[in-house]
Design a protein around this ligand. Structure first.
Ligand SMILES: C[S@@+](CC[C@H](N)C(=O)[O-])C[C@H]1O[C@@H](n2cnc3c(N)ncnc32)[C@H](O)[C@@H]1O
Length: 216
């Protein structure tokens, strides 16, 4: 949808207020709206990508921003985490137990949920990619990328370097949990990925997410 200004904010906020299961606060929603609004004004074009989807709380906001020529790629395991996975958490065992009880939606569950709020033309542009992000079979150019998959250093670094290589000039990479004390490897991976990347500039932060714009 080519929404901007108040219409964009109203649409995104209405979807946020559905209160789907997940982790998202109003400051992050406001920052996302600012990014999307700016991209609309500057006519920044590209597909949209989320790495780590869970139950679609953030993805549905991204879907609402799609233009008719753009696709939303959603990368996830779409299944419970493999046993013994390093999640990057300082309480790995506790968090693995939590994830076992609250796994990501399967592909069918996610699409069914989306269909309750998205029209059929938007649904046609949603591409589910079931894989470990380390092996994402994606090419292409993206105007927004939300990095929110596995929070272990090696995976976050991979996901960020992939994102920096595939975000368009003027596009934004959003990094979740960049300063979360429970997931310290995310911030370390962000610092490592930013080395020698003067083209990636921090444009906003909130307690959950960091927003990096590609400027050249
Ligand atoms: C924190 S949740 C994502 C939350 C989601 N972005 C939201 O806004 O609600 C992390 C997600 O990453 C997925 N994930 C974990 N490790 C992954 C990996 N190696 N590759 C792809 N997805 C992974 C999990 O299945 C889970 O759905």
């Amino acid at each position: 949808m080519d929404l901007s200004g108040k219409a964009l904010a109203d649409r995104i906020n209405a979807l946020f207020q559905l209160n789907w299961e997940g982790w998202l606060n109003q400051a992050s929603v406001d920052n996302l709206i600012r990014v999307l609004d700016q991209q609309q004004k500057e006519n920044i074009v590209g597909d949209i990508l989320e790495i780590g989807v869970f139950r679609g709380k953030f993805a549905v906001l991204l879907a609402a921003a799609l233009r008719p020529t753009e696709d939303l790629y959603l990368v996830d395991l779409f299944a419970p985490l493999p046993p013994g996975q390093d999640t990057g958490s300082i309480n790995n065992e506790r968090d693995l137990r939590h994830w076992a009880q609250h796994p990501a939606y399967s592909e069918d569950q996610l699409l069914s949920k989306f269909k309750t709020v998205l029209d059929s033309s938007t649904m046609e542009h949603i591409r589910l990619v079931k894989c470990d992000s380390i092996a994402m079979p994606l090419t292409g150019s993206f105007r927004v990328i939300h990095v929110d998959g596995n929070h272990a250093f090696k995976t976050v670094l991979h996901d960020l370097l992939f994102s920096f290589a595939h975000v368009v000039v003027g596009g934004t990479v959003i990094v979740d949990d960049w300063c979360h004390t429970g997931w310290p490897q995310v911030g370390l991976a962000l610092e490592a990925a930013m080395q020698s990347r003067s083209d990636m500039v921090v444009t906003a932060t909130d307690t959950a997410k960091c927003y990096l714009r590609r400027v050249e």
